[in-house]
Write a protein that binds this ligand. Sequence first.
Ligand code: FE2
Length: 167
Amino acid sequence: MNKILNIRNEELPVRTNVERHDREVLSELLGRALASTYVLYHKTHAFHWNVTGPLFYAVHNLTDAQYKDMAEAVDQIAERVRAIGFPTPIGLSRYARESMVEDVLEFPDTGTMVQQLARDHQTLAEQLREIVKVAEDADDVYTADLLTSRIGFHEESAWMLNALIVQ
Ligand SMILES: [Fe+2]
């Protein structure tokens, strides 16, 4: 057997200016951001499928753009964990457990769906803001930049969702 194929898939050697301990802390926090983003991705998709009523097209189309954006984002966040040297956490049940966004098993009425999503985007933006502070303190500028742009997306999404239902 080729020795290369036997190397265990754990911590990878990386050379950055960021201390190993800081990278470890940030990989844990990024894993939690990944969990929240994955759950909100799924919840957005679930509401996209099940929305009904006069706001059908508005909600269906807005959530279409939002779930596609988050599908890209989970990949970027997951791969950032690898790039700073650590394994990316996996498992949908783990994501649901660690997510700051609550998973759902039933879909509510359309107004409640939109309200819930707007609140979830704000929750996720707040979670990311805390991680940006840690990344900045550790001088991990790329992680700080990546998550800062994600905050922009979530705040904009919360605004657009709220604008649909606020009179
Ligand atoms: Fe769709």
